[in-house]
Each structure stands twice: as C-alpha cells, then as structure tokens.
Design a protein around this ligand. Structure first.
Ligand SMILES: NC(=O)c1ccc[n+]([C@@H]2O[C@H](COP(=O)([O-])OP(=O)(O)OC[C@H]3O[C@@H](n4cnc5c(N)ncnc54)[C@H](OP(=O)(O)O)[C@@H]3O)[C@@H](O)[C@H]2O)c1
Length: 202
C-alpha cells in the first residue's frame, strides 16, 4: 500500500485532505497563525481554516502573493477573517517585527502552525550569518514560537480552550548526518550537503 494512504489512530492518513479532516468542525472564535501561507500546504491550511470560521493570520515573506491567496479565499468565503502580515523566518529581526505586529492586532492565538520551510537549497548564510536552512526551518520557528507562547497561554486561560502548536515537518529528518546535527560545523560550507542519502559519509 502507498504509505501515505495508511490510516493512523485518528482515522486519517497522509493522503487525507484538510477538508476531510475538518469536516463538521466549527472554528468560530478561534484564531490561527499559519506561516508560509502564500503557497502550498500553508495556503490550503489557511483556506480550510477560514472556511470553518477561524480567524486566520497569514505570515508570509511575499506580501503580494499572500494578498492573492487571501483574495481567492475571500471569493469563496466573503465573510472570512484573514490578515496578511510580513514574516521572513530566516531573519531574526523580521520574526521579532512580526511578533510585535501580531501582538498589535490584539487578537487571541489558539493555533500556531509552523508550516513555512525550505529544503535542498545551495549553501547560503542568512542575514544573521547562519546557514539559511537552519535559520529558516529551526531558529526562526523557535524564536517565533517563543515570542508567541505567552499570548497562546493567556488565550487558553481566558477561553478555556487548549492551544495547539503544529510543526509541519518532513520524512527527510531520517536522512541526516550520521552523527546528528553538528552544531559547531553548521556554518561550514565545506561540510554542507544539500541533499542527504542514507550513505552520507558525515
Ligand atoms: N509538499 C510536500 O510533499 C512536503 C514534504 C515534506 C515536507 N513538507 C513541508 O511542508 C511545509 C510546506 O511545504 P509546501 O510543500 O507547501 O512547500 P511550498 O509551497 O514551497 O511552501 C513553503 C512556504 O514556506 C514559505 N517560506 C519559505 N521560506 C520562508 C521564509 N524565510 N520566511 C517565511 N516563509 C518562508 C514559502 O514562501 P514563498 O512562497 O515566499 O517561497 C512558502 O509559502 C514545508 O515546511 C515543507 O518542508 C512538504
């Protein structure tokens, strides 16, 4: 069987659609932040959450692409509540600005979906001097989550609904350096392999 079709205890599989998973759920009163919402899984997640009444904040690095996704969702659901905010997870100052702007909206935060991510890219340093993939997929998400954690806890205490932090990941985590992440070599271009196979020598 195609592994993505194998159902887990929830009754859903990796092939289940967002609309199937959320069938019958009313998200009115909830607020969700979706990173990387300008395309792919993030755009679809935003769309389906908004269709179910969730107030969606889209964190995107390309604002015009984010606005286009918002327009499409609004065509389908004219009453949808959606905000688009600038967020570049590879930049620690952008993450801080985003958290500041998010807090300025004075919204609750029930659901944080850390979806944005990059993979298989050539070696490059972020503006903070950190290997770009690590900066984007780990440090940016970690800082963002920490900056929003108090807001999530306060929301949960106020409305009695448990919050959720979702980290969208990849099976590629299985294809890593044999000795794990080598933090002391993370910015070393000569040790960088953009795509790993099981026989990677490092
Ligand atoms: N699709 C798959 O089969 C698959 C498999 C394994 C894991 N995943 C994971 O699922 C997540 C979504 O993937 P996808 O397939 O929907 O890919 P995608 O269409 O490329 O979406 C990735 C999103 O992340 C955004 N992003 C990239 N770098 C960013 C940054 N520095 N700051 C803010 N946003 C940034 C992209 O923005 P731009 O539009 O501006 O580039 C894009 O909106 C990723 O974390 C990916 O690793 C997907």
């Amino acid at each position: 069987m195609w592994p993505f079709n194998r159902k887990g205890p929830s009754g859903f599989s990796g092939s289940s659609l967002a609309e199937e998973v959320t069938q019958g759920i009313d998200g009115t009163g909830l607020t969700a932040l979706v990173t990387g919402a300008s395309s792919g899984i993030g755009a679809e997640t935003s769309r389906v959450l908004a269709l179910h009444g969730v107030h969606v904040v889209m964190g995107v690095r390309n604002l015009s692409a984010g606005e286009r996704v918002k327009e499409l969702i609004m065509k389908e659901a004219p009453n949808a509540k959606i905000d688009v905010l600038a967020l570049d997870l590879s930049s620690l100052s952008s993450v801080r600005n985003f958290a500041y702007n998010f807090n300025a909206l004075d919204l609750p935060l029930n659901i944080l979906i850390n979806n944005a991510g990059i993979a298989f890219i050539p070696f490059k340093l972020s503006e903070d001097g950190i290997e770009l993939q690590f900066a984007t997929n780990y440090l940016g998400q970690f800082l963002l989550t920490n900056l929003l954690l108090e807001k999530m806890k306060a929301t949960s205490q106020e409305n009695g609904v448990e919050g959720r932090i979702v980290i969208v990941s990849s099976d590629s985590y299985k294809m890593t350096y044999h000795r794990g992440i080598q933090f002391d070599k993370i910015n070393n271009e000569r040790r960088y392999v953009f795509f790993f196979f099981f026989f990677c020598p490092f």
